[in-house]
Design a protein. Structure first.
Length: 450
C-alpha cells in the first residue's frame, strides 16, 4: 500500500512538472518561432526575387547570429542567477534584470562594431560579387537590431523566471504582424531586395523588445521597483554573471560558428548550393526553436528547484525536458523525411533550389534527435550554473568531429553541401550525448547555487 502511495506521488509530481514545463515552454517556443519566422519570411520573399538575393539573405542571417550569439551567451549568464534568486524567494532578483540589460548594452557595442566591419569587407573576400554586395546590404541593415535583440533576451530572463509568459506571446504576434507586410513592401514593392529584408527584420526586433520592456516594467511595479542605486551598472554583478555567461557565449559561438563557417564555405561552391543550404537551414532552425524553448524552460525549472534546494525536483525537471524534446524531435524528423520538397517549396519557388535542398532535409531528419537533445540538455545545465561543460562539448563536437568530417566529405569525397550537413549532423549528435550524460551525473547530488 505504501509503495502504491509513493508511486502515485511520483506520478503526480511528474504530471505537475510536465504541466509547469509546457506552460513555460509553449510561449517561449512561440517567441522563438517568431524570431526564426522573421528570418524565414525574409528568406521566402528573397527567394521570389532571385537565387542570389535568397543566398545573400541566408548568409547575412547566419553571419548576424554568428556574431550576436556571443552577446546572447553573456546575457543568458543571468538565467541561473535570476531563477535561483526567485526560487529562493529573494527580492534581489528585481535588480538583476537591470544588470542583465546593462550586460546587453555593454556587449552590444563591440559586437555592432564587429558586425559592421564584417559587412564592409564582404565584397573583398572572394565571394560571388552579387552575393557579397547583397549580403553586405542585409548585414548593415541588421546592425541596429543587435541592441533590441540582446535587451529582449535580458528582459525575458526576468519574465520567464516569474512565469509571466503572456507578454511573450504578444511580442511574438506583434513582431510578425509588423514583419510580414513590411517585408513584402520593402523587398517586393519597393524592390530593395536583401536590404529591405534586413530593414524589416530590424523593425520587427525593436517592436518585440518594446512589448517585453513594458511587461517587465509592469511586473517590477507589482513586486516593488528596484531602488535607484540598484539600477546602476554593478561591475561585481556583471563579472559574476560573465563567469557563467562567457563559457555559454563560447558554446553558442562554437555551435553557430560551425554552421556559419560551413555556410561561408558552401558559398564558394555556388549560389544554388548556398540557396539550397539556406532553405534547409531555415526549415531546420524552425524545429530547433522548439528545442531551444524547452531548453530555456528547463533552465528556469532547474534553477528554481536548485533555489529551493530540492535535489529530486532538479533531476526531474531536466530529464523530463530532455525526454519531451526527444518526442518532438521524432515528429520533426518524420516531417523532413516524408515531405521535404513540399517544405522547401514554402521558402522558394526555384525548382533547382528545391531539388538541391531535398537531400539536405533528409540529413536534417537524421540529426533532429541529437540537435534537440543537445539544446535542451545545455539549458538544463545552464540552470545548474554549469556552462563550461557545454562549451567544451561544443568545441569538441563541432571542431574535432563535425567540421573536419564535413570538410572531408564536401571536398575530398566531392559531396558538396551534403557532405557538410553529414559532418554537422555527426557533431550535433556527439554534443547531445555528452551533455545529456553530464546532466544525469550532475543531478545525482545536490547542486550548489551560482
Amino acid at each position: 500500500m505504501q509503495a502504491e502511495v509513493q508511486s502515485g506521488n511520483r506520478s503526480g509530481a511528474v504530471r505537475q512538472e510536465l504541466r509547469a514545463l509546457f506552460a513555460l515552454a509553449t510561449p517561449l517556443a512561440i517567441l522563438q518561432l517568431a524570431n526564426s519566422g522573421v528570418g524565414a519570411v525574409g528568406t521566402a520573399y528573397a527567394g521570389r526575387v532571385s537565387e542570389a538575393t535568397q543566398a545573400a539573405v541566408g548568409l547575412g542571417m547566419t553571419l548576424f547570429f554568428g556574431v550576436t550569439v556571443i552577446g546572447l551567451g553573456l546575457v543568458l549568464g543571468f538565467d541561473p542567477l535570476v531563477a535561483q534568486a526567485v526560487g529562493a524567494g529573494e527580492r534581489r532578483a528585481r535588480s538583476l534584470v537591470w544588470q542583465a540589460v546593462w550586460m546587453a548594452i555593454v556587449a552590444g557595442i563591440p559586437l555592432a562594431t564587429v558586425q559592421t566591419v564584417i559587412a564592409l569587407v564582404l565584397p573583398y573576400v572572394g565571394l560571388d560579387d552579387a552575393t557579397a554586395v547583397l549580403t553586405r546590404d542585409y548585414l548593415l541593415a541588421r546592425v541596429p537590431s543587435i541592441f533590441p535583440f540582446l535587451i529582449g533576451a535580458a528582459l525575458r530572463t526576468y519574465l520567464q523566471a516569474h512565469d509571466r509568459t503572456r507578454p511573450l506571446l504578444v511580442a511574438a504576434v506583434v513582431a510578425n504582424v509588423i514583419n510580414v507586410p513590411l517585408t513584402h513592401v520593402a523587398v517586393i514593392t519597393l524592390g530593395w531586395g536583401a536590404l529591405g529584408a534586413g530593414i524589416a527584420a530590424s523593425v520587427a526586433t525593436f517592436a518585440m523588445m518594446i512589448v517585453e520592456l513594458l511587461a517587465v516594467r509592469q511586473l517590477l511595479a507589482e513586486h516593488g521597483a528596484p531602488e535607484p542605486n540598484e539600477r546602476r551598472l554593478d561591475r561585481a554583478v556583471l563579472s559574476r554573471a560573465a563567469r557563467v555567461g562567457f563559457p555559454l557565449a563560447m558554446q553558442l559561438f562554437a555551435e553557430v560558428g560551425a554552421f556559419t563557417l560551413a555556410t561561408v564555405l558552401i558559398g564558394y561552391i555556388g549560389s544554388r548550393a548556398l540557396a539550397a543550404h539556406n532553405v534547409a537551414l531555415q526549415l531546420a532552425s524552425l524545429t530547433f526553436q522548439v528545442a531551444l524553448a524547452l531548453g530555456a524552460a528547463a533552465s528556469v525549472r532547474v534553477g528554481l528547484a536548485i533555489g529551493r534546494a530540492d535535489v529530486v525536483a532538479t533531476r526531474r525537471a531536466g530529464m523530463l525536458a530532455i525526454g519531451s524534446g526527444v518526442a518532438f524531435s521524432v515528429v520533426a524528423a518524420a516531417a523532413f523525411f516524408v515531405v521535404p520538397a513540399e517544405l522547401a517549396g514554402i521558402l522558394t519557388d526555384e525548382a533547382g533550389v528545391i531539388a538541391a535542398a531535398v537531400p539536405l532535409l533528409y540529413v536534417a531528419s537524421a540529426f533532429q534527435l541529437g540537435d534537440g537533445v543537445q539544446a535542451i540538455a545545455a539549458g538544463a545545465l545552464r540552470g545548474a550554473g554549469d556552462t563550461r561543460t557545454t562549451m567544451f562539448a561544443n568545441l569538441a563536437g563541432h571542431y574535432l568531429v563535425g567540421l573536419p568530417l564535413g570538410l572531408a566529405l564536401a571536398f575530398a569525397f566531392d559531396l558538396g553541401a551534403l557532405g557538410f550537413w553529414w559532418g554537422l549532423s555527426a557533431g550535433l549528435t556527439s554534443v547531445g550525448v555528452l551533455l545529456a550524460w553530464r546532466f544525469w551525473k550532475l543531478s545525482a547530488r545536490a547542486i550548489a547555487r551560482v
